[in-house]
Design a protein around this ligand. Structure first.
Ligand code: HEC
Length: 97
């Protein structure tokens, strides 16, 4: 029983040197893309705190009023800290589909 830790230590010491691991670091792929020249900055800054970019781009096309209601719902129902000054830019991007 008392030899078990020692045996483990010997096993670790005898193990061949580990090869370097290939690690995929996060990159910009998680961000929403520009659409037809309309910047996604406002949407990236306000919508990705709770959703993935893929969740946003998978949405069906909505009207301006419906998207405005969705933004309002994120703010009022889910407490999203969306700056009202960004609404127009977010809407422009959501509609540039
Ligand atoms: C504070 C977190 C939070 C932020 C920030 C947020 N949402 Fe949401 N959103 C939610 C939650 C919670 C739901 C309901 C559960 C779900 O469907 O994932 C939701 C649902 C949705 C839905 C599904 C349809 C619906 O009406 O429920 C859409 C579309 C959506 N959000 C878009 C957006 C967009 C666009 C933004 C940026 C303007 C945004 N969300 C920012 C929390 C957030």
């Amino acid at each position: 029983m008392r030899l078990a830790p020692l045996a483990l230590l010997l096993l670790i010491a005898a193990a061949p040197p580990s090869r370097p691991l290939a690690v995929d670091l996060p990159n910009d792929e998680g961000l929403l893309p520009e659409r037809y020249g309309v910047s996604a900055d406002a949407a990236n800054g306000n919508c990705l705190g709770c959703h993935s970019a893929a969740m946003i781009t998978a949405q069906p096309r909505l009207s301006r009023v419906q998207w405005a209601e969705t933004i309002a719902k994120m703010r009022t129902v889910y407490g999203a800290p969306i700056d009202p000054a960004d609404d127009a830019a977010i809407l422009a991007w959501l509609l540039a589909d």
